[in-house]
Design a protein around this ligand. Structure first.
Ligand SMILES: Cc1cc2nc3c(=O)[nH]c(=O)nc-3n(C[C@H](O)[C@H](O)[C@H](O)COP(=O)(O)O)c2cc1C
Length: 192
């Protein structure tokens, strides 16, 4: 289900048809609540911060003018109560489209700020962030989950994070569908 509820925000960076990571994330979503807002990053036409966009955004932030459309996704992220990120394991990390999203939402004054002494202060409402991934080989969280967790806890103020993953799906001899099925069943008992 996909309504405009702010409660659960599903950030989907999966681009393959019948993505395994998306299927795993959907099993989690089914367990934690049927109503969620899905952001399909592949459909948003997000752009990285080039010189022009960075200068434009910096000026607005300096003026504390957060009404511009450029801040739409940052506000949505900041207001969500639960966040689910689905990202396949790509190049030991995650798809670039997710990094572009993070660049877009990482806005001083909306998702994070600094105390007078320079300590980061998270401004996000979410109580929990889930990171869901699947990997073709062995999964190393260093440049994906660990990075997102560091941002969530230290910058965004989201203290509770959880990793859900299935690995070795593309190793020859492994039955990817059975591995995925077991993981989905261990989340919510239903396989689809
Ligand atoms: C562009 C690309 C890069 C990948 N890089 C890795 C990698 O570094 N390590 C790995 O174990 N698997 C890698 N894989 C395999 C995927 O992690 C694996 O097939 C995963 O289950 C795909 O998820 P999806 O079905 O949600 O797209 C890569 C796949 C693609 C398409």
């Amino acid at each position: 289900m996909n309504n405009e509820s702010n409660k659960i925000l599903y950030i989907n960076s999966c681009v393959r048809d019948n993505s395994r990571t998306d299927r795993l994330a959907k099993a989690l979503l089914k367990k934690i609540g049927d109503e969620y807002t899905e952001l399909n990053l592949d459909e948003l036409n997000l752009e990285p911060l080039n010189r022009e966009r960075l200068e434009y955004r910096t000026k607005l932030i300096e003026m504390k003018n957060y009404e511009d459309k450029i801040f739409e996704y940052a506000k949505q992220f900041s207001n969500a109560e639960t966040i689910v990120i689905a990202a396949p394991y790509w190049d030991e990390s995650y798809p670039a489209i997710l990094k572009i999203y993070l660049e877009n939402i990482y806005v001083m004054g909306i998702v994070t700020d600094y105390e007078m002494d320079g300590t980061p202060k998270g401004l996000c409402s979410a109580k929990k962030l889930y990171y869901v991934t699947t990997a073709g080989g062995p999964y190393n969280p260093k440049y994906s989950y660990e990075h997102i967790k560091n941002l969530a806890v230290n910058m965004f103020g989201i203290q509770n994070t959880e990793l859900i993953y299935v690995e070795n799906l593309d190793i020859s001899g492994n039955d990817a569908e059975t591995l995925l099925k077991n993981a989905i069943e261990s989340i919510n008992g239903t396989y689809s």
